[in-house]
Design a protein around this ligand. Structure first.
Ligand code: CAA
Length: 259
């Protein structure tokens, strides 16, 4: 897969998507959103890919949507445009496999919002997070006002959205914005280790577990519990369920085939 603004590499069933606009701190323009959507769709369809890491490399994750592209937009442009970030983030968020964001340096605005569509966020100890859109006279428009409160609660999300202030990795960990903070030099090894751990589990069970959590968050509790039960029941039709339980009873590691 060849792109202009991102790099996609696949190694041992783990795909890594790297944002690649270092001259503007990986600012996200429409081309990046388009390519992220295309890459996510292709990786979703590739059964050899078991987990995905998304990163900006070891200096910066992304400093937000590309301000130079937005500066001269009118309300009509924005309202009638193709909402590239929304479409790309929908595809990324619903990928049927685990997505891990590996974050070094700034994850701001649309960059922070991109981390929120991942299933798990691992931060380097030099990472900084923020939604500075308010300082530009706008608000977070790529899911920040919706996904962030769902992840960390409305109070802390509003503080970040209203102030535009940045928080460091340790505070991001303490408010639940990231799952883990590691020394910067260990970021990619840690992300790969987690991706491999996920990839060793049954692929269909992973897919349905992700769907149960994500879809459940959109439903009331009763509907979510019923949806969970449907996903749970469906797994009893898989060979992985037979293998997983047989392996437990035979006291050996399970060998999942994703079937
Ligand atoms: N868009 C376009 N270009 C950007 C950019 C962005 N979001 N962020 C950085 N750049 C560019 C800078 O203009 C600069 O380019 P030049 O070398 O041509 O001048 C280059 O990247 C390096 O940036 P700085 O010189 O500013 O680097 P710094 O280390 O001094 O500061 C920073 C780093 C604090 C991240 C600063 O660049 C900054 O504040 N960036 C903007 C952050 C921001 O406001 N993000 C929100 C964007 S709006 C959004 O995301 C909307 C949404 O919800 C979808």
């Amino acid at each position: 897969m060849t792109f202009q603004t991102i790099i996609v590499e696949i190694e041992e069933g783990i795909a890594t998507i790297t944002l690649n606009r270092p001259e503007v701190l990986n600012a996200l323009n429409d081309q990046v959103f388009k390519e992220l959507g295309e890459a996510a769709a292709a990786l979703s369809a590739d059964n050899s890919v078991r987990a995905v890491i998304i990163t900006g490399g070891n200096k910066v994750f992304a400093a937000g949507a590309d301000i130079s592209q937005m500066a001269s937009s009118t309300a009509v442009d924005v309202a009638t445009g193709d909402n590239a970030s929304y479409r790309a983030f929908q595809i990324l968020e619903t990928m049927p496999k685990p997505v891990i964001a590996a974050i070094a340096g700034y994850a701001l605005g649309g960059g922070c919002e991109l981390t929120l569509v991942a299933d798990v966020r691992i931060a380097a100890d030099n990472a900084q997070f923020g939604l500075p859109e308010i300082k530009l006279g706008i608000l977070p428009g790529a899911g920040g006002t919706q996904r962030l409160p769902r992840l960390i609660g409305a109070g802390k999300a509003k503080e970040l959205i209203f102030s535009g202030d940045f928080i460091k990795a340790d505070e991001a960990l303490s408010v639940g914005l990231v799952n883990k903070v590691v020394p910067a030099e260990e970021l990619f090894a840690e992300a790969r280790m987690m991706a491999k751990r996920f990839a060793s589990r049954g692929a269909i069970a992973l897919q349905l577990a992700k769907s149960a959590v994500n879809e459940g968050l959109r439903m009331d509790l009763e509907a979510g519990l019923q949806y969970e039960h449907k996903c749970f029941s469906l797994l009893f039709a898989t060979e992985d369920q037979k293998e997983g339980m047989r392996a437990f009873l035979e006291k050996r590691p399970a060998k999942f085939q994703g079937k």
